[in-house]
Design a binder for this molecule. Structure first.
Ligand code: RUQ
Ligand code: CUA
Length: 664
């Protein structure tokens, strides 16, 4: 491929419209014949009613901030997990239990942009304990417990802006990482933007992740002011190392599409994190005052707690020789992917004409030989020829990401030429290519970034939908495609729409998760202060202008279901417990005039809704989940009187219980 094309790409990138026009022109012809599925595709993805799929797949929700769960090969959506955005469907982020999950040093942040789900691993293999995902805009990482399919922890990352290279894991889940996309002044202060080169820095955060409820930043590494894009941990022989791609080694701060595309090569930063640990232990890192939130769900009370942390350890590579090396890599690399053996480091230069592959063993030798090409801020730059294992020639245009099938093959997404290219590790020859509709970003093979890929299917996570579905106004459904990679030739099987932009995804065999699902919370272990364990424990109490209602939900009524004595000016907290102990018997709670959302109550769970009545009247509440034949009967009333009225506070429960509750 000539540098001519590269130039065109750069210019094309400069004029995004031109690129998409060309792109569309080129796919539009293909799209008539775009249905390249073969006759048996339908049966390959058909899962008959009553049967299960083979895989769980977790797709990032992009700018929805959530994770959506699909099953493969059918491509059926079975769940959305609320992570970084409020989710009225369950009340997540609205109710008193979960809203502290969304606290940050910037206050309450009800939204984010989530890109990369990452399954926890044991010995380099996805183990189904947790899935992590990054928040991009307000840099954060979240832990989702995969026995609950629920977000249980969120950690904010200070000194960062744009938590994009995140949250990739080490093979033992000791650390997940998050690297800053936008370099910023560290600490962030009021400086002129044109002092970028002098004042702006990148940080790489290593987050200890193997203790649920205790995620924290083990240390940060201070880096040159580049843009850090993606990352992956080493494995096998390269276990102990982490690799980060960078672009904008030009350190441009305006018109990046041109000014950050000038250098022939950017770099991959290779971090020896055991070396970093040793330096931190030796007191080489300095403590920096910062502010960041750590939020986690208290398992006993089901209430999220938020704590503000105030210091982080920052390591300057100048104080820790051998902690980071830079590997020159063409050109504005996006993904960096380590093959299952741990030997090959595959970079995808968005603007490169080849796919360069570094060798870990050559990298180690280059370090031992000091085969350096200068340094940046004291970080040695290794010679390109000393680390490179090979280059895939003429792979296509715009390589972004690579995953592996565990049989010696690699698959790379080509954004500009809209295809997936299969090539062989070691010989670097292209074996097959398949067109994608359209413009693939990430691709995903279950376990495809781990030591043990389940190399049967590949999901292409696409950026532009155009004519794949019925049109729905200016914005079309987002799109993924399922490809069979079990044979020599890739076979297109299925299109399926996704929620939000699917960036990355992860998947694993259903067997790993299916039987470890929590069926209900044990009522006997529920330590929520508002819990009721029997209907007779329900009631209403007042403390000044605060009114607390404790209520049981059980098929098909609330207890109590008539409340009086609430006054305008009061703030009412409904603490509702689903006292059922039976799988999938969920109740809901909604009250007229509430300004937040409903509560969805799993069996054995207590959740709290805050309600501020505005005017005297009688307000109904009801169950929002069709729970039985008499679900429509599952309702009640709250009477609200004017401030100062003498209507006594009552709930229609036994007088004795009421007297006890009021301390009489
Ligand atoms: S990125 S299309 Cu946000 Cu993961 Cu590569
Ligand atoms: Cu409970 Cu409907």
């Amino acid at each position: 491929m000539s540098s001519d094309i590269t130039r065109k790409l750069v210019l094309g990138a400069g004029a995004a419209l031109a690129v998409s026009a060309t792109l569309y022109a080129c796919v539009a012809t293909g799209s008539k014949g775009g249905n390249l599925v073969t006759g048996d595709a339908a049966s390959a993805v058909y899962v008959p009613p009553g049967s299960y799929d083979e895989y769980y797949a977790f797709l990032s929700g992009g700018y929805s901030g959530q994770i959506s769960v699909y099953t493969l090969p059918s491509g059926r959506l079975i769940k959305q997990i609320a992570v970084f955005s409020q989710f009225p469907e369950t009340g997540y982020g609205y109710d008193e239990n979960t809203k502290d999950m969304l606290r940050t040093s910037y206050g309450f942040v009800p939204w984010d942009d989530s890109h990369h789900p990452e399954l926890s691993q044991t010995d380099g293999v996805p183990d189904g304990r947790w899935i992590f995902i990054n928040g991009n805009n307000t840099p954060r990482v979240a832990r989702v417990d995969l026995s609950l399919f629920e977000t249980t922890e969120i950690l904010e990352l200070p000194n960062a802006a744009g938590g994009h290279a995140s949250p990739f894991t080490t093979p033992d889940t000791k650390y997940i990482v998050s690297a800053t996309r936008f370099s910023v002044p560290v600490p962030n202060t009021d400086v002129a933007i044109d002092t970028y080169k002098k004042n702006f820095k990148g940080v790489l955060s290593f987050i200890s992740a193997d203790q649920p409820g205790k995620m924290d930043i083990a240390f940060q590494i201070l880096m040159p002011g580049y843009n850090y894009d993606l990352a992956h941990a080493g494995k096998g022989p390269s276990d102990g190392w982490f690799f980060f791609t960078t672009y904008n080694t030009e350190q441009a701060y305006e018109k990046l599409e041109l000014n950050a595309s000038k250098n022939d090569k950017d770099v991959i930063a290779a971090v020896d994190y055991h070396r970093a640990e040793a330096c931190v232990k030796d007191g080489k890192a300095r403590s920096m005052p910062v502010k960041y939130a750590h939020n986690f769900k208290d398992e006993a009370t089901h209430i999220a707690k938020s704590e503000l942390k105030t210091s982080v350890k920052v390591l300057d590579p100048r104080d820790c020789e051998g902690v980071v090396y830079l590997l020159p890599t063409p050109k504005s690399p996006h993904g960096v992917d380590i093959d299952p053996s741990g030997e090959y480091i595959v970079a995808s230069g968005k603007l490169a004409t080849v796919i360069p592959v570094h060798s870990f063993s050559k990298m180690k030798k280059a370090i031992a030989d000091k085969a350096y090409d200068g340094d940046v801020d004291g970080i040695p730059i290794l010679q390109y020829t000393a680390t490179i294992a090979g280059e895939v020639q003429k792979p296509g245009l715009g390589p972004l990401h690579t995953e592996f099938d565990g049989k010696g093959n690699a698959y790379t997404s080509m954004f500009i030429s809209s295809e997936i290219v299969k090539w062989k590790l070691g010989t670097w020859e292209v074996l097959d290519r398949i067109p994608i509709y359209y413009s693939v970003g990430h691709l995903m093979i279950p376990g495809g970034d781990s030591k043990q890929p389940w190399g049967k299917y590949l999901v292409s996570l696409n950026k532009i939908t155009k004519d794949r579905y019925l049109p729905t106004g200016p914005e079309l459904a987002q799109s993924a495609q399922l490809i069979d990679i079990s044979g020599d030739k890739m076979k297109m099987l299925l299109d399926f729409p996704t929620i939000g932009e699917p960036h990355y995804a992860q998947a694993l065999p259903a067997e790993v998760l299916k039987d470890k699902q929590v069926k209900y919370y044990q009522l006997s272990e529920n330590r929520n202060p508002g819990v009721v364990k029997a209907e007779s424990e329900g009631g209403i109490t007042r403390s000044g202008k605060r009114v607390d209602v404790k209520m049981a939900a059980i098929r098909s009524h609330f207890a109590p279901d008539n409340l009086e004595g609430v006054q305008v000016g009061d703030t009412v907290y409904f603490h509702v417990t689903n006292i059922e102990q039976d799988w999938d018997i969920v109740h809901g709670f909604a009250v007229l005039g509430a300004n937040n959302a409903e509560l969805i109550l799993a069996p054995g769970a207590t959740r709290t809704l805050k309600w501020i009545p505005q005017a005297p009247g009688v307000y109904p509440f009801y169950c929002t989940d069709f729970c039985s034949a008499l679900h429509q009967e599952m309702q009640g009333y709250v009477r609200v009187s004017p401030a100062g009225s003498n209507v006594p506070l009552t709930a229609n429960i036994s007088k004795k219980t009421l007297a006890q509750m009021n301390g009489k």
